[in-house]
Design a protein around this ligand. Sequence first.
Ligand SMILES: NC(=O)c1ccc[n+]([C@@H]2O[C@H](COP(=O)([O-])OP(=O)(O)OC[C@H]3O[C@@H](n4cnc5c(N)ncnc54)[C@H](OP(=O)(O)O)[C@@H]3O)[C@@H](O)[C@H]2O)c1
Length: 316
Amino acid sequence: MRAAIIDRFGGPEEFHLVDDLPTPTPGPGEVLVRVLAAGVNPVDYKIRDGSSGVAKKLGPEDFPLVLGRECCGEVAELGEGVTDLKVGQRVYGMPSMTHKAGCYAEFVALPAEGLAPAPEKADTIALAGTALAGITAWTAVHDLAKVTADDVVLVHGGGGGVGQFVVQLAVATGATVYATASAKHRERIERWGATPIDYTTQDFTKVSPHPTVIIDGVYFGTYEPSLDHLAPGGRMVLLPTLADLEPARARGIEVSVPAITPERGRLEALAERVADGRLEVEVSQVLPLAEVARAHEIVETGHAQGKIVLDVAGVA
Ligand SMILES: NC(=O)c1ccc[n+]([C@@H]2O[C@H](COP(=O)([O-])OP(=O)(O)OC[C@H]3O[C@@H](n4cnc5c(N)ncnc54)[C@H](OP(=O)(O)O)[C@@H]3O)[C@@H](O)[C@H]2O)c1
């Protein structure tokens, strides 16, 4: 099969395309998916350069390595015991963080539990960028911060891949939501019903009231001032997995980092909202698989607008 692979950890220049990688065989409980489009996430470049916790568990036997933690595609084959999906059906989803499947390829074998049927009205490119960021945001807003209509929520990085889902899910609870982002995200954040704070010209500690919840997708430069700004008794969720929780804990703040699990029910709930327009998924760039290195360079700047998606099968 065709795939973008790396033979060793390193920069984006390590990617190269091959067309003779063996097609994976779906194991029991797995589904072989013909990938239509694959989302690109910061964790992908952190695995590519060897810095993420996931990368540290990989050995020489895992190379050549196919990256990519989410996709939208069509069911090509069902593994043993999978009876609730059909060959030819459009699905979207992701593997767990410990599963070694990679979506920057023509085919990927994914656990059926991490896949959900794609509603007819949900766009393939949008869904390709929804699973990982959407589940992260859902976990942060609903499971960890337990946001309710009584909360004042401050989101750092409200225009990013995860941030866009966090803002919209938090607004949907009825909470009052503020979101830091540069001016290019202003219009979208206002449209979703939140108050944008342009971090390049404004100090968020002077603009937003003391929030009862802070969900921080940026961390560097935002975490320290957020500790003082949070209302007494407030909760914090930090998105980067390597975030240091100690400074918050030392102040008695309830703080956590999402550890995400792909679950079909969550994926269905997200897809339903994408299909009926309750969740808007901004995909600012769609690039062919051959331009995977460029996609990584964009995400690695830390200033991506919404998601970057690879059009693997030429569907856009
Ligand atoms: N725990 C988990 O399971 C999990 C899952 C997914 C992601 N993550 C982590 O969460 C983080 C965010 O992921 P992502 O996919 O949303 O990243 P992303 O798409 O690259 O988003 C970065 C966003 O941060 C904004 N930003 C940069 N500096 C800022 C600042 N000082 N103040 C406010 N906004 C700022 C950028 O906006 P501008 O363009 O306006 O600068 C950009 O929109 C990453 O560290 C990622 O690894 C963790």
